[in-house]
Design a protein around this ligand. Sequence first.
Ligand code: DQA
Length: 145
Amino acid sequence: TKILILNGPNLGRLGKRQPEVYGSTTHDQLAERLVAFGQELGVEVEVRQTDHEGELVGWLHEAADLSLPVVLNPAAWTHYSIAVADAVAQRTADLIEVHLSNVHAREEFRRHSVITPYATGVIAGLGIAGYELALRRLAEPPSAP
Ligand code: DQA
């Protein structure tokens, strides 16, 4: 089975974007690393990024229709997109919310997520390792504790 990694707005600029917050790894490098990590786990991993809310909503519908597990970094949409939250609420497989930075140690507005009530779990502040931990969990057999 396949696991989708979906990244929201401005994450295509990783490497150039506030490297002191988000690190120096580019989105291409992130994708390469996570696909390789998936191979180690024996799962197919597909990484996508978009700056367009409707495109992300469409990908979440696709994941719901095909029962694909998802690792989602909704980026800024985390904090206000009811459209993305409503799409996540339709999930038919596990979905783990991931943030590269520790959103609880930054501006107050980053501390609230409209996505979390519909996610299986959340990982924040561990950089790209957070995606790997999420993949490890999603690659486990369903209903593992
Ligand atoms: C982010 C945190 C968000 O607050 C921010 O808008 C992002 C990235 C993270 O990965 O740390 O774009 O989701």
